[in-house]
Design a protein around this ligand. Structure first.
Ligand code: GDP
Ligand code: MN
Length: 394
């Protein structure tokens, strides 16, 4: 789960990480008031969307009076920002962070991630922070330094000092940086983060080390023990289908393709996506309905797939063990009854109550192409979707 920058900064502040003074605003009036309350010679108006790259896309504005803050807010609110992280459709700006402006002397990069290769949390830092960090990683990776963190010891102060010196933080500012790094590590561990990134970390002209940006992502599997984090959820920023799926306890992830998949078991779901790709198709989603799904759950799952406008064909691949094939069939029929079915549907059913399941589908009168095995199923749905697409193109 992702949160907004202003929420991340509030959390960081609780962990003794220095951040600029600021507050959230939903309207130009609130923005002006927030600026007046801060009282500074410079303000930053920052679009709050769950994506980075806002600076380059015009989503961060530095201005000099509360009036200019409201003007910038009028311009930004409601605007659709397209950054290199939003995808082509962009994201609508509905909230702003109004902050006191910082006079920047130097920008650094600081982040914490899990290094999956060595199964260790790693702190990463660079002297070349700011908006070009992707280029630094690609062209001058030696300018990125790292410290692997022992989970039993945690980030040791000497490691933080070593990083601070390695990225060229002036000697008399190193203690500030160390305090900030230790706070960042603590929030990462205590809140089950998957990413904690500060880019840029800055040295201000007044000699302060400050987190000027904050990106915190959280492990969804840890959210049950962080009610405070769950409250920060912004549904506007999330895929509506994924929210709907989580209500029913379905493991659903939206993807870019056009073949909707309904599968039981995460392993089979992965294998199904692979085989669709092997037949030169593109899955529209990952969907695992799980083991003992009810008819209602299957129905919700199928409705989710049908509600995706990119779906041009559906592949149902069920190996019934605990999951019964007749329950799957009933769920499919119930979902199509309320919204209809106007894309090809290939069904491969095997296992418990398979005969009954097939019978239910047959009696429903739905146009279903049955498939004998996975390869057959994938081949069929890819060619059916291709035919439909060809028909449209003519
Ligand atoms: P991102 O582009 O989405 O990562 O947004 P950031 O929060 O990192 O802001 C982008 C850039 O805006 C930063 O790299 C800074 O150069 C600039 N910026 C942000 N806040 C301030 C500020 O208080 N003063 C100045 N001068 N520049 C700022
Ligand atoms: Mn940034």
């Amino acid at each position: 789960m992702k949160i907004h920058e202003y929420q991340g900064k509030q959390l960081l502040k609780d962990y003794r990480v220095a951040v600029p003074r600021g507050s959230v605003a939903f309207t130009p009036e609130e923005a002006g008031e927030a600026a007046a309350a801060i009282g500074s010679s410079a303000y930053v108006v920052k679009a709050q969307i769950h994506a980075g790259g806002r600076g380059k896309a015009g989503g961060v504005k530095v201005v000099h009076s509360p009036e200019q803050v409201s003007e910038a807010a009028t311009e930004l609110l409601g605007k659709v920002l397209v950054t290199h992280q939003t995808g082509r459709e962009g994201k609508e700006v509905r909230r702003l962070l109004i902050e006191e402006g910082s006079a920047i002397d130097k920008e650094y990069y600081l982040g914490i991630v899990l290094d999956r290769k060595i199964s260790r949390v790693t702190m990463i830092a660079s002297s070349e922070g700011g908006m070009e960090i992707e280029e630094v990683a690609a062209n001058t990776p030696e300018k990125i330094v790292r410290e692997t963190i022992d989970p039993l010891i945690g980030l040791a102060p000497f490691q933080a000092r070593r990083l601070a010196f390695a990225i060229g933080i002036p000697g008399d500012k190193v203690n500030q940086a160390v305090k900030l790094m230790l706070g960042l590590y603590q929030v990462f561990v205590e809140k089950d983060c998957t990413i904690a990134e500060i880019n840029p970390l800055v040295l201000t002209k007044e000699g302060k080390i400050v987190a000027l940006d904050a990106k915190l992502n959280f492990d969804d599997n840890g959210l049950f023990r962080h009610k405070d984090i769950l409250e920060l959820r912004d549904p506007n920023e999330e895929d509506q289908k994924e929210i709907e799926a989580s209500k029913y306890g379905l493991n659903y992830i939206a993807l870019d393709g056009n073949i909707g998949c309904m599968v039981n078991g995460a392993g089979l779901a992965m294998a199904t996506m692979d085989i669709i790709k092997a037949y030169h198709g593109e899955p529209a989603n990952f969907l695992d309905v799980g083991g003992g799904a009810s008819k209602e759950k299957v129905e919700a799952a199928f409705r989710l797939i049908l509600s995706d406008p990119h779906v041009e064909g559906i592949l149902v691949n069920i190996f019934g063990g605990i999951m019964k094939c007749d329950v799957i069939a009933e769920g499919i029929v119930a979902a199509t009854k309320s919204i209809g079915l106007n894309v090809p549907l290939v069904v491969r059913l095997e296992g418990t109550n398979v005969a009954l399941g097939k019978e239910i589908l047959k009696r429903s009168g739905l146009a279903i192409s049955p498939a004998g095995n996975m390869a057959d199923a994938a081949g069929k749905i890819v060619s059916l979707v291709d035919q439909t697409a060809g028909g449209v193109a003519q």
